[in-house]
Design a protein around this ligand. Structure first.
Ligand SMILES: [Zn+2]
Length: 69
């Protein structure tokens, strides 16, 4: 118990941009740093799955979007 900081906040690295960020419940995009990185990661995954890397991924065109209520 030598290195015990008073405010030990867990720091993780964003899978999208490798940027260090505090893993807190205040961040809805954790473990990503932002919605952008989260969306980019999902887009990359989709591109690789469907092989449609023609245009940059956009959030406003979700093929499996739930029906509007
Ligand atoms: Zn990021």
């Amino acid at each position: 118990m030598t290195e015990r900081s008073p405010s030990s906040t867990p720091v993780v690295r964003c899978p999208g941009c490798q940027k260090s960020l505090v893993y807190s419940t205040d961040n809805p995009w954790r473990p990503f740093c932002s919605e952008r990185c989260r969306g980019a990661d999902l887009g990359a995954w989709a591109s690789e799955r469907y092989r449609v890397a023609a245009s940059p991924p956009q959030d406003d065109d979700d093929p499996i979007a739930p029906p509007a209520v």
